[in-house]
Design a protein around this ligand. Structure first.
Ligand code: GAR
Length: 192
């Protein structure tokens, strides 16, 4: 049986898209479910296009019940990938999937991480700090924002004339290039 991944995403889902494309023809791994806290998230449309089931949840369900864990276990999910998911992962979920939840962050952690540091906020902070390099971090998820063990980092150059769109684009290119590949390497190593 294939190993089964669930993706959590809150927004556009371009990384989710790359993951769905990457594993579409895999004999070993599949994206089995996409979950979101945002009923308007474009990631839902992307999942539909791949005929992947989706689940929308609210704060109460996520933080006050075990319903999400029950859903993941019922669907025999082996691994969880966060792709632009903006809520902190609760303890019960971390304990249900120890060492089996990863996140991608659009900066070279530990700089430009933590609560409130997501999406454009990160890129704006990187530019305001006058950094000449940006990057991405793929890391395991623990109970604090952006603090789990690092798995992979990659960097890009920020040129003097780069604007927000340019910096964002460079970061996104790196994310799309590396996230599916790194997820595949990790998931191949875990036991079903
Ligand atoms: C990505 O750049 C991801 O690194 C970032 O949100 C974006 C989602 O884009 N995540 C965070 O900032 C988490 N702190 P996408 O919806 O197009 O994949």
């Amino acid at each position: 049986m294939k190993k089964r991944i669930a993706i959590f995403a809150s927004g556009s889902g371009s990384n989710a898209q790359k993951l769905m494309e990457h594993f579409k023809r895999s004999n070993e791994i599949e994206i089995s479910l996409v979950l979101t806290n945002n009923a308007d998230a474009y990631v839902l449309q992307r999942a539909d296009n791949f005929e992947i089931p989706t689940h929308i949840f609210d704060k109460n369900e996520f933080y006050k019940t075990d319903e999400i864990i029950d859903l993941l276990k019922n669907l025999e999910i082996d691994f969880v990938v966060l792709a632009g998911f903006l809520w902190l992962i609760p303890k019960n979920l971390i304990h249900a999937y120890p060492g089996r939840i990863v996140n991608i962050h659009p900066a070279i952690l530990p700089k430009f991480g933590g609560k409130g540091m997501y999406g454009d906020h990160v890129h704006n902070a990187v530019m305001a700090a006058g950094e000449t390099e940006g990057g991405i971090t793929i890391h395991y998820v623990n109970e604090n924002y952006d603090e789990g063990e690092y798995i992979y980092q990659a960097r890009y150059r920020i040129d003097k004339n780069d604007n927000l769109e340019m910096v964002k684009f460079k970061g996104q290119q790196l994310e799309h290039q590396h996230y599916p590949r790194i997820v595949e390497t990790i998931v191949k190593k875990i036991k079903k």
